[in-house]
Design a binder for this molecule. Structure first.
Ligand code: UD1
Length: 368
């Protein structure tokens, strides 16, 4: 069987790593790796390939940045000739970024089977570009692999046939479990002079939080208050750096004592930073899941989440972007008892092997 795997943006890399490895172990899947080039800075892309042992992409489409439509269209235009030339049996896409829907759409338009990993997640917030990408990708996929039960239920509610849907666990957690020991050796805490359990980590990049200067300012007010209690380490996403500059907030950010801005961190350094943090504040999707496994309190600076299992497990709390509510949630998180939480079903490091077995079986019997 010939399979094209697609990656494009940072959160795709930790998802594809265990899949490439599991498909390789089958001995009967010929893989071709496409990088769309949606993310291109080495801190946003290359470092993950090196640290996670992902093979070099067979091709990089080099599309770069652009508006939602320009970027999506550029990926489609660049991916189509690759697909025609490679003529795979299936295309596999992960997550919910623009590269996911763009390549998925090209595949199905050419009659190539589409496999979606991390299927069925729904925030029910159509203002998020990712929610549009998720709904559309799932509606055209032939095999849909879910990381949590809510995904299966959402797909059923949308009328997706049960026999296309598989609950397999979380490939991003496969990567976390595989790299935890290595991450423990990261020198990032010493480099930043941080004591374990004595600092907070902040990440921000959602357009809803960073592209509107009023919302960004509200979040910064909360960060300033929190920074009076704990050092706050803030690896700054390029979108956020641009937003801070264009909103004229650079000096304000620089004046917050105890707020440490750093470049986007590599996988191992970031895993180490999260694991030893007192609390994590984020608007990322993946970090909500990683902190669940690491048992670190996570305050999600959003009104909704497509990953409700993280709320059920008790590590994640939705706090929105109101400064007072963020600070209140921070104090609550510090006071909360840290009793061991349950681990979501199937988040056991074996999700990619389950996916490889199912793909092999489905394509061996008869093309899906
Ligand atoms: C994208 C994904 C988002 C994911 C995030 C992780 C979509 C719709 N969004 O958002 O789901 O959570 O990646 O990071 O696909 N830039 C650089 N260097 C890079 C990449 C981006 O400087 O290597 C800057 C550019 O100014 C670009 C901006 O960041 O315009 C945003 O990048 P883009 O890929 O459009 O979206 P993200 O915000 O990264």
């Amino acid at each position: 069987m010939k399979l094209i795997n697609v990656v494009g943006a940072r959160p795709n890399f930790m998802k594809i790593a265990p899949l490439v490895s599991a498909f390789g172990s089958t001995g009967c899947i010929d893989q071709f790796l496409v990088h769309t080039g949606q993310h291109y800075d080495s801190t946003m892309s290359e470092v993950f390939f090196t640290q996670l042992g992902i093979p070099r992409p067979d091709i990089n489409l080099g599309v770069g940045s652009g508006s939602q439509s320009v970027q999506t269209a550029a990926i489609m235009t660049a991916f189509e000739p690759v697909l025609l030339e490679q003529a795979p049996d299936a295309v596999l896409v992960v997550g919910d970024v623009n590269s996911t829907i763009a390549c998925g759409l090209v595949a199905v338009k050419l009659g190539v089977k589409l496999i979606h990993v991390e299927s069925g997640l729904r925030s029910f917030d159509r203002e998020m570009p990712e929610e549009i990408n998720r709904v559309l990708t799932d509606s055209i996929s032939d095999l849909l692999f879910c990381s949590e039960r809510s995904g299966v239920e959402n797909l059923r509610n949308e009328g997706v046939a049960d026999d296309k849907v598989f609950l397999v666990g979380n490939v991003m957690i496969d990567t976390l479990l595989r790299n935890r020991t290595k991450a423990d050796e990261s020198p990032i805490l010493e480099d930043l002079h941080l004591a374990p359990g004595e600092y907070a980590v902040l990440t921000l990049h959602r357009p809803a939080n960073v592209d509107d200067s009023r919302v960004l300012s509200r979040i910064l007010d909360a960060v300033e208050t929190i920074a009076a209690y704990h050092q706050v380490v803030f690896p700054v996403h390029p979108r956020t750096r641009n937003s801070i500059e264009s909103a004229g907030l650079t000096d304000r950010v620089a004046r917050i004592p105890n707020l440490r801005l750093i470049d986007p961190a590599g996988y191992l350094d970031f895993l180490k930073l999260m694991s030893s943090a007192r609390v994590v504040l984020t608007d990322s999707g993946g970090i909500q899941e990683e902190t669940t496994i690491l048992q670190v309190p996570c305050l999600t600076l959003r009104e909704n989440t497509e990953r409700p299992i993280t709320l059920e497990m008790g590590t994640n709390h939705l706090v929105g972007s109101d400064s007072e509510l963020i600070v209140e949630a921070y104090h609550q998180a510090l006071g909360a008892r840290t009793s061991p939480v349950e681990v979501p079903p199937l988040w056991d490091g074996q999700a990619a092997s389950r996916i490889a077995a199912i793909v092999q079986e489905q394509f061996a019997a008869a093309p899906v």
